[in-house]
Every structure is written in C-alpha cells, then in structure tokens.
Design a protein around this ligand. Structure first.
Ligand SMILES: Cc1cc2nc3c(=O)[nH]c(=O)nc-3n(C[C@H](O)[C@H](O)[C@H](O)COP(=O)(O)O)c2cc1C
Length: 450
C-alpha cells in the first residue's frame, strides 16, 4: 500500500513579518533583523508546527526604491545574512529544514557550494539553497558594477553556476572517509573527484573541501517564473517556489514546469512545486477579516508606494496621483514575472495605484487566504488535490502572532484531514520532503557503466 500524499510546508519568514507594516502591530517582534532570540523563537515555532523548512529570502543591498520618508518607516532594511543566521538556528532546532536564498548573479560558485555544504553538515542534512538571479538591481552597486546584468545574461550565468555547484557537491563519495586509527588511513583518495569545470562564466577545478552530508547534498530550490526561469527550474530545481494569486494560473504553472522535466532527464518525483500563501486566520470569519483590516490600516502611503516599487522593480511611482489609475510602465530588468502578475491583477480588477499598494502590502502577488482554519485549509486542500501545488510556503503577516495562528489553528486542521504529518519522517530535509537522495554523479557513472 502506498502512503498517502502529504502536503509540504515551508515557513517563509521575513524579519518582523511579510506585511509591510508588520512591525507596527502592538505584539510584533520589532527587532527581528537584529535579534537572534526573536529569530530562534520563530524557528522553534515552525518546528513545533512540523514545518518541512524555514525559508529566508535575501537581497545583498538596501532597496533603492522609496523616499527618505518611506525608508525611515520600514523595518526591512536591515537583516541577518541568511547563511550565518541559519547556521546558528541549526544549533537550536533538530528537524526543521533550513533554506537560504543566495544569488548566482553576484556570488562565486565555489564559495557558495562550500557554505551550503557546511550548513548541510552542521545541521545534519537539513540545508537548502534557493537559487535566485537577484531581483534587487541595487546589488550591482555593492559588487563593483554600475548596472545590474540583463535578465537573459543572469539566467545564462545561473544555469552554469548551478551545474558547477552540483558538481562540487559530488566531490566525495559517501564512503570516502574511513578514519581508521589502526591503519592510519583517513580517507580513500580514489573516492575524491576533481570537477575540472571550464565553461563560459566559470573555471573551477575542485574538489570541494567539504564532505558529502547525511542527505547527500543540499536541496536545490529555485524561484523565477519567466520562460527562462521555468526552464532553469525544470533543469535543476528540486523545490520550486512560485508566486501565484489564483488557482487557474497556479495549475498552468504547475503543469508547465512538470511538462518541461523530461527534456532534462527528470521526472515529477524529483520536484515539489510550492507556491506562497499569505494566510490570515481567525476563530471566525469576522475575526480573520478584522485582523487583515487592522494591518492594512497601519500602512503609511509612502511605505505602500516604496514596497510596490520594490516588488515590481520600477521607481518613481510617487509622481502619480495615489488614487488615480496605475500608470503604464515598461518591463523591469528585476522581478519581471512579479511585475507582470501584479499589473495583470491591477488591470483585471481596475485598481487605483493605492489599491494596488494595498493589494501588494501583504501577499505581494502570492495567494491570499482570509478565514477560519477550515476555510484556509479548504483552499490549501483544493490547490493540493487538483494540480496546483505539492505544498506551500506559508508567509506569516506579522511575527510571532501570524505564525502562531497558523501552527495552532491551521496545522491541526490539515493533520485532522490527513493532509499533513504529525511527526517528522526523518532527520534530513530530503527525507521530509520525500525527495530522492542523489547518489553523486561519479557513483551514478559507475552504475551506468556496470
Ligand atoms: C517567488 C519568488 C521569490 C524570489 N525571491 C528572491 C529573493 O529572495 N531574492 C532575490 O534576489 N531574488 C528573488 N527572486 C527573483 C528571481 O530570482 C529573478 O531574478 C526574478 O524573479 C526575475 O526572473 P523571472 O522573470 O524568471 O521571475 C524571486 C522570484 C520569485 C518568483
């Protein structure tokens, strides 16, 4: 008998919360970008809820968007570097997967492979890398450049980058380390593999000076939704993070990504698609609506505009009337798919600029679910059972309250319906996600040759 298919859940946490005004909630953690104690408490709550993973977005620059006034009102300008934070969180959690975002546009593959492999060792096989190509154009200014690389060039580099990183993670066979004190043999040199990569963007000899971990190698996550982004997902991603604001579009995305897999020698069993969800949960529908409206009422106009500019990668929106139509604009060189998604929603629902700011303030293009635990679970179940999702990245509006609400109210409902685990399946992220443990390319070659 095959085990029932279970929903996978990530806790996608921004410092202070997903909502632009989260920090102003009277009970919100207001120091999350600088307080390890607050970050540790959030991670422990996610683990109490049996979440598969904690997921950290990232950007290596303060956003250039927004006025000085808006900057003074935002809580998201400072944050911990995600790898450093996750390494510390590994020590205060035991089963929670730890996924950090890191960009292929400004990083070097050897350094990145080494950092994630180390986190994988430190955490006992719980790490994951969210591969992005940088949606914040200001990152260029912190890395010796005057201009962000073009969308297509970023993806070209990303594909080769991922190939190098995966190759480096296969530098050692699982049984390479003997550590036999009697014979004095520490490792079997025949089980060390030199990558010798020479490509268009990188020349990396290898091997990596970190051993393989309990889960073989970190789980590769990818977030990017354009045609090129979807191809990259199909080529390398094991978990696909996506922003989808309605069921039909989410099904289209899911079907499309899965259909691309065979071209890269992969199958559906190799990949989980997990859209974001912004849940607002109350004991009653009215209670949930009140919670939603309360945070919305705390948005300062300059912050609403600044965060919209950042989300769609276009500046200067403060020049337009707040209650007038959403202006026409060209394609961004940053978060192109998100820009299209939000502008489409604005056109569909005939929104003013301010209405688009409000629409963006919490979910930022992801699925919005307001209601009782049963109503939120209904939406999730519908997407899960009908070809839109294998699970969700849950985006708590403010911390810790919205994560507590989800863990205390929605998780038990999902468990009662047999949709979500009551205990972790194993100690590694791969085991919990139900993803195969990669044998390592050299071992694979041997198996093919036999
Ligand atoms: C759901 C989602 C989450 C993303 N998270 C980040 C992030 O945390 N940091 C970042 O620099 N880029 C992030 N990106 C940006 C992508 O890596 C990419 O640069 C951008 O979306 C443009 O590619 P696309 O048009 O294929 O989506 C994210 C994109 C998506 C769709």
């Amino acid at each position: 008998m095959t085990a029932p298919r279970m929903m996978k859940l990530g806790a996608f946490v921004h410092e202070t919360g997903q909502h632009v005004a989260a920090w102003r909630h009277p009970d919100a953690y207001a120091h999350s970008g600088t307080s390890f104690a607050e970050a540790a408490s959030v991670a422990r709550t996610a683990e109490r809820g049996k979440f598969d993973l904690l997921f950290l977005a990232d950007s290596a620059a303060v956003s250039v968007f927004g006025s000085a006034d808006s900057r003074g009102r935002m809580a998201k300008l400072v944050k911990f570097e995600p790898m450093t934070l996750l390494a510390a969180l590994a020590a205060v959690t035991t089963h929670l997967g730890l996924v950090a975002t890191s960009t292929t546009t400004y990083a070097e593959p050897y350094t990145l492979a080494r950092q994630f492999a180390s986190l994988d060792q430190i955490s006992g096989g719980r790490s994951g890398w969210n591969l992005v190509t940088s949606n914040n154009e200001a990152e260029a200014f912190n890395h010796g450049l005057d201009k962000h690389a073009a969308h297509a060039d970023r993806y070209d580099r990303a594909a080769e980058f991922a190939e190098v990183v995966n190759g480096l993670w296969d530098s050692w066979d699982d049984d390479a380390f003997i550590r036999d004190k009697d014979s004095g043999v520490y490792l079997d040199p025949a089980k060390m593999h030199v990558l010798n990569h020479r490509g268009k963007h990188f020349a990396v000899r290898g091997p990596l000076n970190v051993a393989r971990s309990a889960q073989g190698r970190p789980v590769l996550v990818q977030a990017g939704a354009s045609d090129t982004g979807r191809d990259l997902a199909a080529r390398v991603a094991e978990l696909v993070f996506t922003a989808q604001d309605n069921f039909e579009r989410a099904c289209e995305f899911y079907t499309d990504v899965i259909a691309r897999l065979p071209r890269f020698g992969r199958t559906q069993a190799d990949v989980k698609v997990m859209p974001g969800i912004y849940p607002v949960v109350g004991r009653t529908e009215a209670d949930a609506r009140e919670k939603y409206d309360f945070l919305q009422s705390l948005i300062h106009p300059s912050v609403g505009i600044a965060v919209l500019e950042h989300t769609i990668g276009i500046g200067g929106l403060d020049k337009y009337p707040l209650h007038g139509p959403v202006p026409e604009m060209g394609d961004t060189n940053g978060p192109l798919s998100r820009q299209r998604l939000l502008l489409e929603a604005a056109r569909r629902e005939n929104m003013t600029l301010w209405q688009l700011c409000l629409h963006n303030a919490g979910p930022r293009g992801h699925l919005l679910a307001i209601g009782t635990p049963a109503q939120v679970a209904d939406t999730m179940e519908h997407w899960f059972r009908n070809g839109a999702a294998d699970g969700f990245n849950v985006m708590p509006a403010w911390l810790p309250g919205s994560l507590d609400d989800f863990v205390d109210m929605v998780i038990p409902e999902l468990q009662r319906r047999g949709l979500f685990r009551t205990e972790y399946e194993g100690p590694t992220l791969r085991e919990n996600l139900g993803l195969p443990r990669p044998p390592g390319r050299w071992r694979q070659m041997e198996l093919v040759a036999q």
